[in-house]
Design a binder for this molecule. Structure first.
Ligand code: SF4
Ligand code: SF4
Length: 344
């Protein structure tokens, strides 16, 4: 078996669903697109701001010759089928959490697996390696497309044929030369369902997203939620899956059920409880997931906003008490939620 086959075999053995190889050629076409996005203020603060690090892999690992791209599916049964989860449970309204944030934080899971792969390769061939998992620098969706893992849809997500866009991506950069794969042809048919479904117009045009209008980004900012996004947020607590749910290419996909992604404690979705989340409970429940990285008061503020969008009359007293909360952001949000509560 040659090195490439051995890597693929080992990666699949440890639970990575797809593996592809591409060269470390700079992403010149994307460099232009990026420059245009920068000029129009369409780059989110969570992305790397040094543009050279994004389009030129040599800046990330001098001498790099190959980018090995990996995808791992994260859909879980039984609690995470494609059907939209209910907005209410016995006892009150519930919040919606993006599928990727409901499972165990993929950063830890993927980095650990890619470290195992680096160990595996190092035993066969000496080389330099750099692991990348959502660092915001390498253009990982573009690299994945070039490595034949899938295609980029009009909603700017990377889709794989078997798992749809419900995948986490990770890469290993290396100075070992490995034969590249052929990029996959684009299977997005331009139906426009994702653009139509987007509640805020964040998908401005095919393949163009304004991150500042994207509810996934809005649920993660600190401080006050800009007024125009409070109603469109609905009952979202963290992230937004709407444009992915709208895509026909995400129907009838495989549910990989990776055990690594099962969190120790299922996420709390009861909005009333979330508004009162203690430090201890926050760290117990959210510590393991990608929904926790912006802190407790971001989750509490989003829950207060979602309650203001609910039709539950029993939440009014709770909102009144939250107008005296220690957090200024929560207090301000509670005032808005009271003013805009459908039952008042
Ligand atoms: S994640 Fe939500 S808000 Fe963001 S582009 Fe998709 S549908 Fe629009
Ligand atoms: S919904 Fe249609 S246009 Fe959007 S990504 Fe899917 S196939 Fe492409």
């Amino acid at each position: 078996m040659n090195l490439k086959r051995e890597i693929i075999h080992f990666a699949k053995k440890i639970g990575l669903d797809r593996v592809g190889f591409t060269t470390a050629e700079p992403f010149l076409k994307e460099k232009e697109i990026l420059a245009d996005r920068m000029a129009r203020n369409l780059v989110s603060p969570f992305e790397e701001q040094d543009m050279e690090l994004r389009w030129d892999p040599q800046k990330l690992l001098p001498g790099v010759k190959t980018i090995i791209c990996f995808a791992m599916g994260y859909l879980m049964n039984p609690y995470d089928p494609m059907e939209t989860s209910p907005d209410e449970i016995k006892g009150g309204p519930v919040g919606k959490i993006s599928r990727y944030a409901k499972v165990k934080d993929y950063h830890f899971v993927l980095v650990k697996k890619l470290e195992e792969i680096v160990d595996f390769i190092s035993k066969k061939e000496a080389g330099q390696f750099k692991i990348m998992v959502d660092t915001g620098s390498l253009m990982e969706k573009v690299a994945a497309q070039r490595a034949g893992l899938g295609w980029i849809g009009e909603n700017t997500c990377l889709f794989t044929p078997e798992l749809g866009s419900w995948v986490f991506l990770g890469e290993i950069l290396t100075d070992i030369e490995i034969e590249p794969d052929t990029p996959m042809e684009n299977r997005c048919d331009g139906c426009g369902r994702c653009i139509k479904a987007c509640p805020t117009g964040a998908l401005m045009a095919p393949f163009q997203i304004n991150p500042h209008r994207c509810l996934s980004y809005i649920t993660q900012i600190r401080g006050f939620i800009p007024e125009e996004f409070r109603k469109p947020l609905g009952n979202r607590i963290f992230g937004c899956d709407t444009c992915q749910e709208a895509c026909p290419n995400n129907r009838n996909v495989e549910i990989p059920n990776h055990r690594e992604f099962v969190p120790d404690i299922p996420l709390e979705r009861d909005l009333k409880k979330l508004t009162k989340l203690s430090k201890q409970d926050f760290s117990k429940v959210f510590r393991d997931t990608a929904a926790g990285w912006r802190g407790r008061n971001v989750i509490r503020r989003n829950a207060v906003c979602a309650i203001g969008n609910s039709k539950d009359v029993n939440t009014i007293k709770l909102l009144e008490s939250l107008t005296k909360d220690l957090s200024q952001t929560v207090r301000e949000q509670a005032l808005w939620s009271l003013k805009n509560h459908p039952c008042l």
